[in-house]
Structures are given as structure tokens and as C-alpha cells.
Design a protein around this ligand. Structure first.
Ligand code: BES
Ligand code: MN
Ligand code: MN
Length: 461
């Protein structure tokens, strides 16, 4: 049976299995969900066994466990390592969901007339990860597995994959592979397949601005002492100039500049600014002068406040000058920026622009390195051929603005390239309320993945 026929025959079960997986709230950021995260790893283990892996184990780490599975049919054949994550983002703000985040429902949308599964993790990454488990099931059930497979499914991606570096260092042999296959990104549109060839890096920091040693009456003290919230806003505002360039000295020093030809190539991807603005209900786009929307969100570095708090935010009004104000700030980085260096540059600069009336602390969180992969590699060509088989079109290479820090680490530690075959859409609302994953996309992913194995093995000969 071919992949399309098999998917058609088993699609209801494939959907129901994913729904069961989505019911477990595997929120890695919140320790209250520890048992659910661990339970999810056990469900993944069972699913890999059922899909035909010969050897599956739960590997303990200093953090959440990594599920490892393999089927080695012949050491002389190539080995594909599949990476994915079974943890999800917190669902907050829960009140903005139309249905509870861990009670999956199928609903039709304009872009998903066949229905989409609404739940936290539907697209990022349980749904996309599970496509690989079902593709494996197809290949083993139909005697159509052409090479060796290894699975590594982790539970800490959404909190920075801290244990993964630890695990890679200790398991180089076990994880040895020829190519890494990941579905944790998106594609341009259902009729415009694309392969992600770049990811941005990240530097994430938290800042604290302290004014007076206690909260003050804003009438008795207002105007005479620094208000840390006012000062923090002012400092944040200074981080961009009138052209929306980031003002941190040295920030752009190592930024890879793309050639005019590369930018022209990028501009060929179908894109409507009007539709983009309409979908987000904004009157106008906003960003760095001299770059298009697609350049701003992929090949250019950024600085964004992710959260800001302090003072009184409850019901009604309270007249107060807070003692402290806080913000969480992320910088998306591009090749060849070094995230440790950028974190340091930020820290130095932020401290230097603080007026003497306040104290400033910068606390680095996690970070990661950007990634780019060439389109002439065996892995890219095999992926491209796989999409041609099932979409009838050559996929477009696309640099994404998101980050999967582990991809650069794979290259450094395991010396292998990652192929990013994403099947989500930007409108799937990952990390947001009402996250969903189109059933068409889910099934198309399962159908396409085995073609990658076939082409990769054939091209390796
Ligand atoms: N799957 C996403 C990253 C992604 C999504 C890349 C869509 C490209 C397209 C991943 O789970 C994620 O959310 N990564 C984080 C970084 C991580 C260190 C928390 C991100 O990009 O914010
Ligand atoms: Mn993800
Ligand atoms: Mn994510």
C-alpha cells in the first residue's frame, strides 16, 4: 500500500491518537505539571514501540526525560535521526481560548475547511512530532522502511532545551546519524510548500529597575523621585532609533548581510502585505527601515519586550510610585551573531543608559545560535523531492524567524545538518490562545515524510 492509501485508511485513528496526546498538559515551564510532562514521555515511548521501533527507552536527564527509539535494519544504510518535542507552552491567557486548551476540539476555519484540531501543542509540536511516529508506523507496517531510524523526542524545548546539550555530549555514539529530520516549523501556504533553511538565534534577558526603597504615595513624592516604571519605559524606548535600528553599540557588527541576489530570490516567495495586515487587524506594518516584512522577520535581528510589569495593575486606581519595575526582553539573532556576546553588549548598554536616580539589574536567561543550511545538500534535495511527490510542486526554501537553538548544537556536537520539514501555517497560533493544526496538514505531513526516507536512501547510494 502506498503512503496516501495508508493515511486514508487510518486517518480517523491517527486523529484520535493525536487528540489523546493533546489532552495531557505537558507544560514544561510550570513545575505544577511535572507529572503530566513525565506521563507524556511514557505515552510517546509506547507510541514508538507500537510504530515498530525495536528498541525504545526513556532516558533520564537532569531535567525532563528524553524518549529515544530506534530501528536499525542495516548498519551500511544511512541513518535518519528524528527530533521533536513533547512539551508545550503554557496556555495563558486561558480566558482568551474559545475552548479549553487541553480539551481538543475539531473546528473548520477559512484556511482549514477540512477542520483543524484546536489545543495547546496541536501544531507546536505534538501534532508535527506525531506525524513522524505515524510515518514510521506506515513504513514498518508496509515493509517500506529503506534505512535506519532513530528518534529523539525531548520535553524541555519550550524552556530552552537545557538538558539536551548534556545528553548530546554523553550520547554521541548512540545519536550518530547522517541527517536530522525535524518538523517544528511552518510552510508558506497549503498550496505553497516550503522547506525552512534558516532559524534565528536568541538572547533572552530580564531587567529590573529599582527606584526608592519602598512604594511611595504618588502625591507626596511624585515629581521628586525617579519612578522606575517611567524610567524603564524611557530606557526601553531608547533601544531603537527613528529608523527602528537597535541602538546597542556593536549589536550589528557580526550580522550577516545578504547579497542583492539573495534578497531578490527571497522576494520571489508569494506574499501579500495587505492580507498580512488584514489578518492581524493592523493599519500598517512596522519595522526596520530598508527591509521588507519577510526580511524583517527572518534575516534581520530584533529586540522585543515580551512582558513588562510593576506598580498597581489591579481593579480601580491606586496612587503609587512603585519601588521596582521589570521587563522580559528577547533579541532574535541572525548568523553570525554570538548570543553570549550579544547578552553582554545588552547588559553593558542597558546599565550605561540608566540615570543615577535608579539601580539596574540585568539577568540573562537562555539563548541560542542561529542556523542556516544550504539547499544543495543531500538532505535538502531528498526533502524537495518528497514534497514534489505529494504536493506536485517544488518547495521554496524559506528562512524562518523562529528559533530552535538545538539545531545549531546538533551541527556542533553531532556534525550533522538538520532538514526542517514544517507543515504548520503562521496562522496556526502557536504559543497563542486557540492554537490549532489543520487536519489536512497533519495527514499531508504523514504522507510526505516516508518519501523523504525513500529519496534520501536512494540519493545516498
Ligand atoms: N517550534 C518553535 C520554533 C519555530 C516555530 C520555528 C515556527 C520556526 C517556525 C519552537 O518550539 C519555539 O517556540 N522556540 C522558541 C525558542 C525556545 C528557546 C523557547 C522560540 O522561537 O521562541
Ligand atoms: Mn516547537
Ligand atoms: Mn514553541
Amino acid at each position: 500500500m502506498n503512503t496516501k492509501a495508508y493515511v486514508d485508511q487510518h486517518k480517523d485513528r491517527f486523529i484520535n491518537e493525536l487528540i489523546d496526546l493533546l489532552k495531557i498538559p505537558s507544560i514544561s515551564a510550570d513545575p505544577a505539571y511535572k507529572n503530566d510532562v513525565i506521563k507524556t514521555s511514557e505515552v510517546i515511548k509506547k507510541s514508538l514501540e507500537d510504530a515498530g521501533c525495536d528498541h525504545v527507552e526513556i532516558c533520564e536527564t537532569p531535567g525532563y526525560p528524553i524518549v529515544y527509539g530506534e530501528k536499525i535494519i542495516d548498519p551500511n544504510l544511512p541513518t535518519v535521526l528524528v527530533y521533536g518535542h513533547y512539551d508545550v507552552q503554557p496556555p495563558d491567557p486561558v480566558e482568551l481560548w474559545d475552548s479549553p486548551p487541553f480539551e481538543p476540539v475539531i473546528k473548520k476555519t477559512d484556511l482549514h475547511p477540512d477542520g483543524a484540531i484546536f489545543a495547546r501543542g496541536a501544531c507546536d509540536d505534538k501534532g508535527q512530532m506525531y506525524m513522524h511516529v505515524k510515518a514510521m508506523e506506515y513504513m514498518t507496517a508496509n515493509n517500506d522502511l529503506p534505512c535506519n531510524v532513530k528518534f529523539m523526542i525531548e520535553g524541555e524545548e519550550e524552556v530552552g532545551s537545557e538538558s539536551l546539550g548534556w545528553f548530546l555530549e554523553r550520547n554521541r555514539e548512540k545519536l550518530a546519524n547522517d541527517v536530522i529530520l525535524i518538523s517544528d516549523t511552518g510552510m508558506i501556504a497549503k498550496d505553497v510548500p516550503s522547506i525552512t533553511t534558516g532559524l534565528r538565534g536568541l538572547s533572552y534577558v530580564e531587567v529590573e529597575v529599582t527606584g526608592p526603597n519602598r512604594d511611595l504615595h504618588s502625591g507626596l513624592y511624585g515629581g521628586a523621585v525617579a519612578n522606575p516604571i517611567n524610567i524603564l519605559c524611557d530606557m526601553i524606548a531608547q533601544l531603537h532609533d527613528e529608523n527602528n535600528h537597535i541602538t546597542i553599540p556593536g549589536f550589528y557588527d557580526k550580522v550577516e548581510e545578504l547579497s542583492t541576489a539573495e534578497r531578490a530570490e527571497m522576494a520571489k516567495a508569494p506574499f501579500s502585505q495587505e492580507a498580512y495586515n488584514k489578518a492581524l487587524d493592523i493599519a500598517q506594518e512596522h519595522g526596520e527601515k530598508g527591509y521588507t516584512t519577510n526580511e524583517r522577520n527572518s534575516i534581520r535581528p530584533t529586540l522585543d519586550v515580551n512582558g513588562i510589569w510593576g506598580g498597581y495593575t489591579g481593579e480601580g486606581a491606586k496612587t503609587v510610585i512603585a519601588s521596582k519595575a521589570f521587563a522580559k526582553i528577547s533579541m532574535r539573532l541572525v548568523p553570525d551573531q554570538n548570543w553570549h556576546e550579544i547578552t553582554e553588549l545588552f547588559q553593558k548598554h542597558f546599565e550605561s543608559i540608566a540615570p543615577p536616580s535608579v539601580k539596574v539589574k540585568v539577568k540573562p536567561h537562555h539563548g541560542g545560535t542561529a542556523y542556516v543550511t544550504p539547499i544543495d545538500s543531500l538532505g535538502y534535495k531528498a526533502a524537495s523531492a518528497a514534497y514534489e511527490d505529494t504536493f506536485g510542486k517544488t518547495p521554496i526554501p524559506q528562512r524562518s524567524g523562529g528559533s530552535i537553538p538545538i539545531v545549531a548544537l546538533f551541527e556542533k556536537e553531532l556534525n550533522s545538518k538538520s532538514i526542517l520539514m514544517g507543515f504548520g501555517l503562521d496562522s496556526d497560533a502557536i504559543h497563542s490562545p486557540n492554537e490549532h493544526f489543520g487536519i489536512w496538514n497533519y495527514l499531508k505531513g504523514i504522507e510526505t515524510i516516508p518519501h523523504f526516507y525513500k529519496h534520501y536512501t536512494a540519493m545516498s547510494k
